[in-house]
Design a protein around this ligand. Structure first.
Ligand code: ADP
Ligand code: MG
Length: 267
């Protein structure tokens, strides 16, 4: 059966820095998978490489709904059904959420009647009706922004959604709301990869599978047992069980610009 996402032996480097190391992961349609890993393990890089950010040297393969994507432009990948939510969605004054979505739907060849109907139904389902005629992300709380992102995905109906740190920066009530919204997006037509380094969202959401990423590789995959181990022992427990040494370096090397996309939490 064709999967929503199938990544095989994917390696990515910037210059001499190897970030992803023969990474393989598969997300079947209808499933929600969690990808967890400490800061700097390469989770966001995986998103960037899949969506087509240009600066990486990439090897391996990745397909969405059976179509190989690595040689395609960003917009072609998007039209094939790959969508990534923003970790820190930007405010866009003067562009209303409703207009933005109608335009995005047109790009994806969804008729305007169909798009309007989806906007009405999904906005009710996700409780975002009152944001529709406001500027994009204007004056929304962290939790509202993330709900709005998930609502947009529900309207545009991609085949594969990458949710990078959808839970970061949120208070615990907002994490629960976002987890419920993610669970509500579940559909046989969609695969979801929920990326996080913080296990608390798993208290409110039961992914079909959890993958742990350390140093650019998936080192373990499992179900709720793995969630329990992460909740109590953190990545240290997984490292110890698998005999993976802590890196001897000081931690991730970052350019100043990266600080704006980094999660406020550090565990
Ligand atoms: P995560 O999302 O898991 O926190 P990232 O994918 O952001 O991790 O980063 C993985 C590693 O790659 C880190 O060591 C980071 O410093 C490095 N890295 C990411 N982007 C760049 C870049 N543009 N140039 C050099 N190193 C980078
Ligand atoms: Mg990241």
């Amino acid at each position: 059966m064709t999967s929503a996402l199938a990544v095989k032996d994917l390696s990515a480097a910037i210059g001499s820095k190897q970030i992803l190391d023969h990474l393989s992961i598969e997300v079947p349609f209808g499933e929600i998978h969690a990808l967890m890993g400490p800061n700097g393990s390469g989770k966001s890089t995986l998103c960037h490489v899949l969506t087509g950010k240009p600066e990486y040297q990439v090897k391996g393969s990745a397909s969405v709904n059976g179509d190989e994507i690595l040689s395609l432009d960003v917009d072609e990948r998007s039209r094939l059904g790959l969508l990534q939510s923003f970790q820190y969605p930007t405010e866009v004054p003067g562009v209303r959420l409703r207009e933005f979505l109608l335009q995005a739907a047109e790009e994806r060849r969804i008729s305007s009647d169909e798009a309007s109907e989806r906007i009405e139904n999904e906005s009710r389902r996700f409780g975002v009706e009152r944001f529709l005629d406001r500027s994009l992300n204007d004056d929304l709380s962290g939790g509202e922004m993330k709900r709005s992102e998930i609502f947009q995905i529900a309207v545009l109906r991609p085949r594969m959604a990458l949710l990078d740190e959808i839970d970061s920066g949120l208070d615990i009530d907002a994490v629960r709301q976002v987890a419920e919204a993610v669970e509500r997006m579940r559909s046989p037509e969609l695969g979801v990869l929920l990326i996080t380094h913080y296990s608390r969202i798993l208290r409110y959401l039961a992914p079909d599978r959890i993958h742990v990423m350390i140093d650019g590789r998936i080192v373990d995959s499992g179900g709720s047992d793995l969630a329990g181990e992460l909740e109590t022992g953190g990545y240290e427990a997984v490292r110890a069980r698998l005999g993976i040494e802590r890196p001897t370096t000081e931690g991730p090397m970052r350019k100043p610009a990266d600080f704006f996309t980094e999660t406020p939490f550090d565990v």
